[in-house]
Design a protein around this ligand. Structure first.
Ligand SMILES: [Zn+2]
Length: 424
């Protein structure tokens, strides 16, 4: 039976490619969140024809939702006549902008040399197409499977997922007993299982100064120089300390297997955008946004205290130094246990389809798993899908057609295992 399942998916290779292309040809660029509704409808209409109950769920009132750019999610569910668990495949339908420098049309879905090219092929419309074809083949070949299969196409993952998975989770749609197991077909490579991600803490630091004439800076107090002192502290003390904090989480790439901090932006003095010359002013404010990624071994309190400790040091030692800090976003690290049912089922399926053991990895950045874990309290969740992680958001993004087929075979086998409780 397993062979028949895989052969049937192989036989639908052309359909899988065509579906990937059709999804890519709807440019769901975020921001601003274009064309979500037609993309959701493409998925919904296709699954409705297969007997799925389809709901279009607009996140009214959520961040980013407007009549011009409605945040429309699609949720499709098919229940068997036999009771059992629910296996859910969640894919984000939004893509980042194409950017410049493409050698081919980014929204044409060009097929060439065994690949489909275009923005979103890898991250992650190829993964959505693979999951859809996997459940369709299961419906055709194994209609007697117990439980339920679900597929969602959700918005805004690239901007935090607040009108997508977070909003749906707040409505109770990503919790037990409705859903038991979740696979997110993000591009993590066809033989790897992503167990979770590092944490995030974004904050804006503002240093204060005193405005004065630029020809007599000694009469004022320069907020940018105060920020320079903060940057020196980061360079001399915090960044070396962070480089020394290693994690047992199998984060990829290797460089992210430690704590990191990015200086995201820096603004001081006169605002830009004027014509002509600037006026002579000592800046009275300077703002810096930092993006701190932390490890499961670190506590959020410790992460914050490192930064405020360094700022408080400057308050004590640097004349005139004062600061404010505003927290912009916090995401705790999340990690599904290697023994969890979905990890075991997908791992066994990778081994069966590809003939090699799966690698367990952790993502350096976050993705929608955070909302499923934190809001939905659903722990049995991983990311697994076709596409090479490094190609996400790049120019000339592509997905290998062979990987589309293999990942669909893995997803179908894993779903059978999870629905029946027997390794398939
Ligand atoms: Zn993605």
């Amino acid at each position: 039976m397993q062979d028949r399942l895989w052969q049937e998916i192989e036989r639908r290779r052309g359909d899988l490619v065509a579906l990937t292309q059709a999804l890519v040809r709807i440019p769901t660029v975020n921001p601003p969140g274009d064309a979500y509704r037609p993309c959701a409808e493409l998925i919904g209409a296709r699954l409705a024809r297969r007997g799925y109950q389809v709901q279009y769920l607009r996140a009214e009132g959520a961040i980013g939702d407007s009549d011009r750019f409605p945040r429309t999610n699609v949720m499709a569910r098919k229940e068997s006549s036999r009771p059992g668990p629910t296996v859910h495949f969640n894919g984000h339908i939004d893509v980042v902008e194409a950017g410049r420098g493409w050698s081919l049309e980014p929204y044409a879905g060009v097929e060439r040399d065994g690949r489909v090219y275009g923005r979103g092929t890898c991250d992650m419309k190829g993964g959505i197409a693979a999951a859809i074809v996997a459940v369709e083949v299961l419906g055709d070949l194994m209609p007697e499977l117990p439980g339920a299969l679900e597929i969602s196409g959700t918005v805004d993952e690239e901007s935090g997922g607040y009108a997508g998975v977070a909003w749906l989770a707040e409505q109770g749609l990503f919790s037990r007993p409705r859903i038991d197991h979740v696979i997110i077909p993000e591009p993590l490579n066809v033989d790897r299982i992503c167990l979770g991600h590092r944490g995030v803490w974004w904050a804006e630091i503002e240093t204060a100064g005193q405005i004065a004439h630029g020809s007599m800076p000694f009469l004022g107090d320069c907020a940018v120089r105060h920020m320079g002192a903060v940057l020196r502290k980061l360079e001399d003390e915090l960044l070396p300390a962070l480089a020394g904090k290693r994690t047992a989480m199998p984060v990829v790439p290797e460089g992210a297997r430690q704590s990191t901090l990015n200086v995201n932006s820096l603004h001081g003095g006169l605002a830009e955008g004027f014509e002509g010359l600037p006026s002579a002013l000592v800046p009275d404010s300077c703002r810096m946004v930092i993006d701190r990624r932390f490890l499961i071994e670190e506590s959020l309190d410790e992460v914050k205290a490192e930064v405020t400790g360094l700022l408080d040091d400057l308050v004590r030692t640097r004349p005139g130094f004062s600061y404010e800090i505003r927290e912009l976003m916090t995401v705790l690290p999340t990690l599904t246990e290697a023994e969890a049912p979905v990890v075991q089922a997908v791992g066994a399926a990778i081994e069966a389809v590809l003939g090699r053991a799966p690698a367990h990895v952790v993502s350096p950045g976050t993705y929608d798993q955070k909302h499923i874990a934190r809001i939905g309290h659903l722990r049995d969740c991983i990311a697994y899908g076709p596409g090479i992680l490094d190609l996400a958001h790049q120019v000339d993004e592509y997905v290998e057609i062979e990987h589309l087929v293999q990942s669909a075979q893995v997803m179908a086998s894993a779903a059978v295992t999870l629905l029946t409780g027997n390794t398939y």
